[in-house]
Design a protein around this ligand. Structure first.
Ligand SMILES: [Zn+2]
Length: 814
């Protein structure tokens, strides 16, 4: 640290000390106007739906039948499509997402599955340079089976309201219906379809739906059925017809509507579905209906189908069937699950305008984990998400355990995660990871009811709009579950590895082009919102703005600009720099504290100033020449004292009368406030910071004073507005500063904290010592030990015999 005296006049200059020439291309605070769409009457500049906002609507009546033996679904539907747009439509597009499972689908042709994780390259015995490539069994099976599986829709008919066939063109996962008469604004069109498809086995081929076989256990099946009926593609103001094919990663873009669905299954099945059951009297026993009624007001989950009842059902196989009828209002999709293996529990939740029955369906393989946590996790999710967005509006919220690891649909979600069965004892136990993984996945998938099932963003365009916002809300809900909950995503420090990694993409990347979905579309936006909440805006402003976004856009379709604009509009803060840095760039936060210069304000009092100067002079190191001369070099003035005079007694630091008079005159001319300022005795520090990561960020400075006191000074990100790479910041303290740490709570995702402190701190780390030579494979020794032979000759013989007999030298291994 340099220590320099500072006059009051110089202070004024400091304000502009860090000003550097502004580079337009590098302006991190440039407005986003050039990137955001122009506001319209449909979507305003404030981020709210405009006075002319419109969206389409599609109502469905669906009948489906499950053929359990063939593991196939057949069905029919009638769709009433309401054209609420100001446009005349000559054709309608329908999504045939089930066609992704066709053996010739684009998904199968272009898929990156087997993913890179499925491949393994290991050093081969041939020595350095040779390699052996491995492939997971599951990945190899997928490659073989997906090309054999006869998946996708078999469409039997598409007819208009009076049964006349409609002209259709199938384009892979989409189908165009050509209308005989153009559909005018405000008009509706009804049509019918009949279709069937084979249900894919989730663990082999599946994604987001399918069936699970229990061939080894009880010869039963568990079905999780979704994307099971042709659905209207979305048509909206910002994009027209949503025309991205279902390639696999980009999820769904759908319209709201009312549903009446009849599901016919073997009569011993239990069905869980989007919506409210309409015919409990015919499909449930009176005991089950009584339990269900009790559950509505119970303080804990009530079992509707017990484990004993489910185990009894597993042993039979009904030859008759039953039809379950459901109704769902204002949903964008419909899904269901069915099996005779299901245990079923439920508990009601009523608060403010939410009145919901939380329900869980799981096979016995899910216990003891599911009976303890699933329904509780559903209720916890609704309780927490309601606080930050809007009251859960639907009558049920369901979590089903089956083969799908985690997938959301309106009112119903499919969640993986089960205990492990000990192969010998049959005992069921679960790891810590499994427990929290299950609670987290249920919070996440139930949480998706808010984003995107109700705040209906275009998932096929933007994964982050639902996954990022939902992962952020999940983090808040996990924090409210228990102290030190092992939340994976949300904390700033947890994103550092990704922010340092190579080949990143901006969050604003299309769903199908994202290479690292978990980090890019879930963790990074969740973290960005947490940084925005905790560090940039503060909780009060953030929570108000986030809730405003949810309220504005529930049951509507927002775009990214609507989110960005609403957060600014409702928080009263220009956040364009934040969106630009976190959402449109791959910059990272890396602030370096480069150096510190200390100043104290000069008092002008010669008695103080000259003493201070003398102290500084005396503190200078003694030169080597002076050190060697001291006491050894005879001086002339010592031999001839008559040579000494006044100046041998007084140096430059002596205060003279002239100095005093000049000072007194100067002080007399000062105003009182000016005199007081000279006596303040403040310590001033000029701290140099570099922005090495590129992302502009608020500075959080922990200042440690000589007395041991620590204070925090928060500096808004705008400190970088003139110079995004290097700045000098003035810090004023009452006593000397002995240390300074930038981002002491690790809240900004700084990717290199080794340069965050002054003075620099050593990073504690463990060093693992290891032997320089790994033991070599020694087949001879192995055999000598195994066969208990005594000398090397015997060992060689035994080894040769063993190799000839085809026995491997060592069993077990990794
Ligand atoms: Zn998700």
């Amino acid at each position: 640290m340099k220590r320099l005296p500072l006059s009051v006049a110089t202070l004024a200059l400091l304000a502009s000390f860090s000003t550097a020439a502004q580079n337009f291309d590098n302006d991190k605070f440039r407005q986003l106007d050039e990137l955001l769409p122009t506001p319209t009457d449909t979507r305003t500049a404030s981020g709210a739906p405009g006075h002319a906002y419109w969206q389409q609507r599609a109502d469905y009546r669906i009948r489906v039948t499950l053929d359990e033996d063939k593991r196939a679904i057949s069905g029919s539907e009638s769709v009433t499509y309401h054209n609420n747009s100001p446009d005349t439509l000559n054709y309608l597009w329908v999504q045939l997402d089930q066609n992704m499972f066709r053996s010739d689908s684009d998904n199968r042709s272009i898929s990156s599955y087997p993913s890179r994780d499925a491949w393994r390259t290991a050093a081969a015995p041939g020595g350095p340079g040779s390699a052996q490539t491995g492939l997971q069994y599951e990945a190899a099976r997928f490659l073989v089976e997906s090309r054999k599986f006869d998946g996708g829709y078999k469409i039997a008919s598409v007819t208009d309201g009076s049964g006349r066939p409609l002209k259709v063109v199938v384009n892979k996962t989409m189908m165009r219906i050509d209308l005989a008469q153009p559909l005018k604004p405000g008009a509706s069109f009804s049509f019918n379809m009949a279709w069937s498809f084979k249900v894919p086995e989730t663990n082999v081929l599946g994604r987001r739906m399918g069936f699970e076989r229990f061939d080894k256990e009880d010869k039963n099946n568990l079905f999780e059925i979704a994307q099971f009926f042709p659905r209207m593609a979305a048509y909206y103001d910002a994009h027209g017809w949503q025309n991205k094919q279902y390639l696999g990663d980009g999820e769904f873009t759908l319209e709201f509507g009312d549903y009446e669905v009849e599901i016919t299954v073997p009569s011993d099945h239990i069905v869980a579905a989007t919506g409210e059951l309409q015919n409990a009297g015919t499909v449930l026993s009176s005991a089950q209906r009584e339990r269900l009624e009790r559950a509505r007001t119970s303080g804990k989950p009530v079992v509707i189908v017990t484990q004993a009842e489910a185990e009894a059902a597993e042993k039979g196989r009904a030859t008759t069937s039953k039809t379950w009828r459901f109704k769902a209002k204002n949903v964008r999709d419909f899904a269901f699950a069915t099996s005779r293996k299901f245990i079923w529990d439920a508990q009601g939740y009523t608060k403010d305008s939410s009145k919901v029955l939380a329900m869980s369906y799981y096979p016995k393989e899910g216990n003891p984990l599911w009976e303890k946590y699933s329904t509780q996790a559903i209720i916890h999710t609704i309780d927490q998400y309601n606080k930050y967005s809007f009251d859960y509006p639907y009558p049920v919220a369901i979590s089903v355990n089956g083969p799908v690891g985690g997938m959301e649909y309106p009112m119903i979600s499919f969640n993986g995660g089960r205990p492990t069965k000990d192969k010998k004892t049959g005992e069921l136990t679960y790891s810590r990871r499994t427990k929290y993984g299950l609670i987290s996945v249920i919070i996440h998938e139930v949480g998706h009811n808010y984003f995107p099932m109700i705040v209906n963003s275009d998932e096929r365009q933007w994964t982050w709009m639902d996954e990022g916002l939902n992962s952020f809300m999940q983090f808040l809900a996990e924090n409210a579950w228990e102290e030190n909950y092992p939340a994976r995503r949300g904390e700033a420090r947890n994103i550092v590895d990704y922010m340092k990694s190579r080949g990143q993409q901006p969050i604003m990347t299309n769903a199908e082009s994202i290479t690292n979905r978990g980090s890019n579309a879930y963790a990074k936006p969740a973290t960005a919102l947490n940084v925005l909440r905790e560090t940039v805006l503060g909780r009060e402003l953030f929570d108000f703005a986030f809730k405003e976004y949810a309220q504005r856009w529930k049951f509507k379709r927002p775009t990214p600009a609507d989110f960005f604009r609403t957060m600014e509009d409702a928080s009263g803060t220009d956040l364009d720099w934040f969106w630009r840095g976190w959402f449109y760039s791959t910059d990272a936060v890396d602030i370096s504290v480069d150096g510190i210069t200390e100043y104290t304000i000069g008092t002008k009092d010669p008695a103080i100033e000259k003493a201070w100067n003398k102290a500084r002079h005396d503190a200078e190191p003694v030169s080597l020449t002076d050190q060697r001369n001291k006491g050894t070099l005879p001086r002339r003035v010592d031999a001839h004292p008559e040579l000494k005079d006044f100046y041998n007694e007084h140096d430059d630091f002596t205060v003279t009368n002239r100095d005093r008079n000049k000072y007194n005159e100067a002080v007399e001319g000062l105003e009182d406030w000016e005199k007081a300022l000279l006596k303040e005795g403040k310590h001033l520090y000029l701290v140099d910071f570099s922005n090495l990561g590129g992302l502009v960020t608020p500075l959080i400075l922990q200042i440690e004073l000589q007395s041991g006191k620590k204070t925090i000074e928060r500096v808004p990100a705008e400190v970088w507005r003139y110079s995004p790479k290097k700045i000098t910041k003035l810090i004023v303290t009452d006593e000397p500063m002995v240390g300074l740490t930038e981002d002491p709570y690790l809240e900004t995702a700084d990717t290199d904290t080794s340069n965050n402190a002054w003075p620099r701190k050593a990073t504690p780390s463990r060093l693992e010592l290891f032997k320089s030579r790994q033991p070599q494979d020694d087949m001879m020794k192995d055999y000598a030990e195994k066969l208990k032979v005594k000398d090397s000759k015997e060992a060689v013989k035994a080894a040769e015999q063993a190799i000839e007999a085809g026995k491997p030298a060592d069993k077990g291994g990794e």
